[in-house]
Write a protein that binds this ligand. Structure first.
Ligand code: CP3
Length: 351
C-alpha cells in the first residue's frame, strides 16, 4: 500500500508531516509520547508474561502495540514501540528494564576502560527493528511512523548512574572530573544513536524524535559546552534523509534556545513554558511540539478542555504546531480521556 504513488503523497501530505514542515494543516496534528503503554488495557493484556525488552525484540508484538493507540485514539502519528536503551542492549551492554523503575545497568560506566564496552551498532544487531518497521509502514498507510532514540546525555546518565537518577551526581562527577572521557563517551553515544535512527529511517520511519529526557538537569553553559555538540552530531547524521527531526527534553525552559541551535526541525517543550514563549526562545524556522501537562488528564473533562484551550491559544499564531503532552502519558491515565483529547484538539482547530 505505502509503495503506491498515491499512498506516498497522502503520507507526505499528512497533517503531522505538514506541521513539521510548518505548512498549513487541516487541523492541528496530535500524538502522545508514551501513547503505547500501560494506560491501555489492550497493551497490559498483550504484555502479560513478556518482559519489556523481550517485547521490543518481537516484531509481531511491536507492530500490534504501536498500532493500538492509533486505532483507539485516532492520533495523527504512531510512535515506534521500543525503548531508548534497546540499542545499548543490542551492542551487548548488560542492562534490564525493571518494572516501575526503568533501565538498570548491571555494571555502571565510570572509567576509560568502559568505553570499550560501546562498540558500533550494525543494522544486523537490530534486525527485529527493521522487520517491525516494515510491517508497520504497510499497516499504517498514510499515518506517519515516528522513530526515536535517546540523546547522548540521557543515555550517558543511565550508563553512568546505573539506573534512573534524581540528581545525576555520578554523571556530573564524570562530566566535571574527566572532561575528555566525558566527551569521548558522548561522542560514542552520538554514533550509536545516529546509527539507530538511520536504521529506523531506512526501514521506513517518516520522522524521528531525539529524547533528551534528563537534559533539564544541566546548566545552559554545561549543556552548550559538553552536550550540545553530541546531540548536534546525531541530528546532522540523519539530516541527509530529509525526514523531520524532533528534539525533546523535560525541564528545558532555559535550554530551548540551545536546543534550537542543535538543528532539529521541531523542538518539543514541556508544560513549564507557554508555547508562544517557547517558540520565541527556540528561534525562527522551527516547528514546536507540546505541551499539555500530563497530570491535567486526571482532572474532570471541563478542566482538561480549559487547559487544552490555553495550549492551543498560546500556539495559535505559530506556523507548525504539533499537539502533544509536555512529557509521556502517565501509566494510570484514563485511556478515554486521551481519546477525548484528540477529538477535542481536532475539532477546535479544524480549518
Ligand atoms: O508510546 C511510546 O512513546 C513508545 C514507546 C516508548 C517507551 N519508552 C516504551 C516504554 C518510548 C518513546 C520510550 C522512551 C524512553 N524510555 C525514554 C524517553 C522518554 C521519556 O519518558 O522521557 C526514557 C527516559 C526511557 C527509559 C524508561 N523505560 C523508563 C523511565 C521506563 C519506565 C519504567 C516504569 O516501569 O515505570 C521504561 C520502560 C518502558 N518503556 C515502558 C514503556 C511502555 C514501561 C514498561 C512496561 O510497560 O512494562
Amino acid at each position: 500500500m505505502s509503495e503506491t504513488p498515491d499512498a506516498r503523497t497522502a503520507l507526505t501530505d499528512s497533517p503531522f508531516l505538514r506541521a513539521c514542515r510548518r505548512e498549513p494543516v487541516p487541523h492541528t496534528p496530535v500524538w502522545f509520547m508514551r501513547q503505547a503503554g500501560r494506560s491501555l488495557p489492550e497493551y497490559r493484556k498483550l504484555r502479560e508474561g513478556t518482559t519489556m525488552l523481550d517485547s521490543c525484540m518481537r516484531p509481531d508484538l511491536v507492530t500490534e502495540i504501536t498500532l493500538q493507540p492509533v486505532r483507539r485514539h485516532k492520533v495523527d502519528a504512531a510512535i515506534f514501540f521500543s525503548d531508548i536503551v534497546v540499542p545499548l542492549k543490542a551492542i551487548g551492554v548488560d542492562l534490564d528494564i525493571k518494572p516501575g523503575v526503568g533501565p538498570v545497568v548491571e555494571r555502571p560506566f565510570r572509567s576509560r576502560e568502559d568505553l570499550a564496552r560501546l562498540r558500533p551498532l550494525e543494522p544486523d544487531d537490530v534486525k527485529y527493528v527493521t522487520e517491525a518497521i516494515g510491517m508497520l509502514t504497510t499497516e499504517l498507510g498514510d499515518t506517519p511512523l515516528i522513530g526515536f532514540a535517546g540523546a547522548p546525555f540521557t543515555l550517558a546518565s543511565y550508563l553512568v548512574e546505573g539506573g534512573p537518577s534524581r540528581n545525576h551526581e555520578h554523571t556530573k562527577a564524570l562530566m566535571y572530573g574527566d572532561p575528555q572521557l566525558w566527551a569521548d563517551l558522548l561522542d560514542r553515544l552520538a554514533d550509536l544513536t545516529g546509527a539507530f535512527l538511520r536504521v529506523q529511517i531506512e526501514a521506513g520511519a517518516s520522522a524521528v524524535q531525539l529524547f533528551d529526557s534528563w537534559a533539564g538537569a544541566l546548566a545552559p553553559a554545561d549543556y552548550r559546552e559538553t552536550v550540545l555538540p553530541a546531540s548536534k552530531k546525531v541530528l546532522e547524521t540523519v539530516a541527509p534523509y530529509g525526514v523531520p527531526r524532533i528534539h525533546f527534553g523535560v525541564g528545558t525552559g532555559e535550554l530551548l534556545g540551545l536546543m534550537g541551535e542543535a538543528g532539529a526541525d521541531v523542538v518539543g517543550a514541556d508544560w513549564r513554558v507557554p508555547l508562544d514563549e517557547a517558540a520565541r526562545r527556540i528561534g525562527p524556522g522551527r516547528a514546536v511540539q507540546g505541551n499539555l501537562d500530563p497530570a491535567v488528564l486526571f482532572a474532570p473533562r471541563e478542566a482538561v478542555e480549559t487547559q487544552t484551550r490555553k495550549v492551543l491559544d498560546a500556539a495559535q499564531d505559530l506556523p507548525g504546531h504539533i499537539f502533544n503532552l509536555g512529557h509521556g502519558v502517565l501509566p494510570d491515565t484514563d485511556a478515554e480521556a486521551l481519546t477525548r483529547l484528540v477529538a477535542y484538539v481536532h475539532e477546535q482547530t479544524a480549518r
